[in-house]
Design a protein. Sequence first.
Length: 173
Amino acid sequence: MRPEDYARSLFHLLDITSTPVDLEPICKYFNIAVKRVDLALVLGVLIKDRIMPVIAVNKNMTLPRQRFTLAHELGHFIMPHNSPIFACRDAQVNRWEREANRFAGELLMPQPLVARLWRKYEDNPEHRMDILAARLSVSGQALAIRLRGLGFALAEDGSGNERATRDGGKLAI
């Protein structure tokens, strides 16, 4: 299965229907303790203990970044990533880290919802990114990466701001 498929299976399993996606009930369902702690040089840690798995998230990050990190660590837990411990840093780019990022992207920013919201706010291209990021409780950076992954392209308006345009049939922001 692809990482996105694992994330989508949670929507069905737990009947997730609202945004922003609340990650705490997902963790509770899997009996995962969530701790927000001061982690030097680490975004998040997953300890896959059979009795009480733990995800620790760096409390010094913004709330949207904490949410993405928690979703990322959930991805390591749910997907068949066979390691008892994960300590995730910003610069890691191995296959499991990319898969966990894709899982987190789909869990927090599901493709059908992102497409629907994108169309809903098409009359407000100057603020569409900010509106979507706030609605999904994710960072602008995470949303931009997700949009690129869904086939959108980023464009600047000359003043360094991102904007919505049409480019070869694909939406660009």
